[in-house]
Design a binder for this molecule. Structure first.
Ligand SMILES: [Zn+2]
Length: 415
């Protein structure tokens, strides 16, 4: 039976159940179609009339996306999730709310589903999943149709799809809605610019997974978000786009992009960079080049052992205020300067945070206990006794210290 015959059977059934003439029902269907300026298919209109005649009480008609018109309510529709946009926060009457836009498509069209507050938390939606909207309603926003959940509305996940990430080596230029999983390898200083009297910001960073490395650019709000993340952080980037740039394919993070810390397994920075890292002796080091060196601890240098840092981005904070993140919790972030030597030369190496703790073999708790109970001189003396002559294999790069203009080795990982 084709769809047209189906509809005729349904109309006949509606006529029998209500005692109305078939002509009369057809007229109701025509009026319904007229109400939606002829944009509604005959099938969609029939389902709506069926519902209005009280013949389908509990479940609304299932409509195709193309049939959804402003003013409709209590229907069902289904489709595949094409894009999930970033959650936006807003303030209304002193309360913080949030909203999330999601594009849904079927074989007839595409529509924006808008979820609010709890609705966002209630469903764990993933791109590519097939979902059914129960009791939806349609409004218009900026002259575009918008689907929302009505009172008692809900979403049924019919076919859940796990999130998929592209491999960086397979990216081509000109792609949209790209999802990638990898690590921030190195952030470069951010820049502010002005265009059309509006202030903008961009942050470039090196990003990589186990297949390749590329240059990425975060724009405006995404630049602000990226600034809060540390080198080496594993992240998921969604809805990015690619372009051909000076250094090959570039990944761009714009208004619709999402950046999340990732708990998925991502190779360590050194494994991602492995083909780009050479092992060198200290006298062979060149500025800014990622290198592996093998050296012995000659001396732990006197100096401060920690600074107050933002617990979110790891940058220096002051009285619980971080320049980037605002009001934050502070941690005592370890910083250790060690003179290391090999057969060719010696250099001062700087270890930060977890890498510093690893070098001196203490947990954050043990470290804080030390600095709360002993003077820094005593701690450094004890560390020298414990660690002098220890061999370390380090991954990092040489750079010039801007305070004393001396070269030092910035340690990224202890191998
Ligand atoms: Zn911060």
């Amino acid at each position: 039976m084709n769809m047209e015959e189906n509809i005729e059977t349904l109309i006949l059934e509606m006529s029998q159940k209500t005692g109305k003439q078939i002509d009369e029902i057809n007229k109701l269907i025509d009026i319904k179609r007229e109400k939606f300026s002829g944009l509604l298919t005959r099938q969609g209109a029939t389902f709506m009339v069926q519902k209005e005649l009280g013949l389908k009480k509990d479940i609304g008609p299932e409509l195709k996306i193309n049939d959804l018109q402003e003013g409709m309510k209590d229907f069902e529709t289904r489709g595949n999730i094409k894009t999930i946009y970033p959650i936006k926060e807003f303030e209304k009457n002193g309360k913080i709310g949030k909203t999330n836009s999601i594009l849904i498509e079927d074989e007839t069209g595409i529509i924006r589903l808008t979820l609010w507050n709890d609705q966002i938390d209630n469903y764990n939606l993933t791109q590519g999943s097939e979902i059914k909207i129960i009791n939806g309603f349609i409004t218009s926003y900026n002259e575009r149709k918008q689907l929302s959940l009505g009172y008692n509305g809900s979403i049924e996940i019919i076919n859940k799809k796990e999130e998929e990430f592209e491999k960086i080596s397979e990216l081509k230029s000109g792609l949209n809605s790209i999802n990638v999983l990898g690590r921030i390898l190195r952030k470069f200083p951010c820049k502010e610019f002005e265009s059309n009297d509006k202030k903008g910001k961009i942050c470039n960073f090196q990003f990589g997974d186990e297949t390749a490395i590329l240059r990425a650019t975060a724009w405006n709000e995404k630049a602000e978000e990226l600034q809060k993340l540390e080198d080496g952080q594993a992240i998921e980037i969604k809805n990015a786009y690619t372009k051909q740039g000076m250094y090959g394919i570039e990944l761009h993070l714009g208004y619709n992009s999402i950046i999340n810390n990732s708990k998925k397994t991502v190779p360590k920075t050194i494994e991602i960079l492995k083909e780009n890292i050479n092992e060198k002796t200290i006298n062979q080091l060149t500025q800014n080049e990622n290198t592996i060196i093998k050296a012995k601890i000659k001396e732990i240098k006197q100096g401060i052992l920690y600074f107050n840092a933002c617990d979110k981005c790891g940058k220096k904070s002051n009285n619980n205020i971080c320049d980037i993140c605002g009001e934050v919790k502070e941690i005592k972030k370890a910083v250790i300067n060690i003179i290391i030597e090999d057969d060719t030369s010696e250099i001062s190496a700087t270890f930060f945070g977890n890498t510093a703790l690893e070098a001196i073999n203490l947990s954050q708790e043990e470290f804080e206990k030390e600095i709360n109970t002993k003077s820094s001189n005593t701690i450094i003396e004890e560390l020298n006794e414990k660690l002098k002559g220890h061999e370390l294999k380090l991954f990092g790069y040489e750079k010039t210290n801007s305070y004393n203009n001396e070269n030092e080795f910035n340690v990224r990982e202890i191998i």
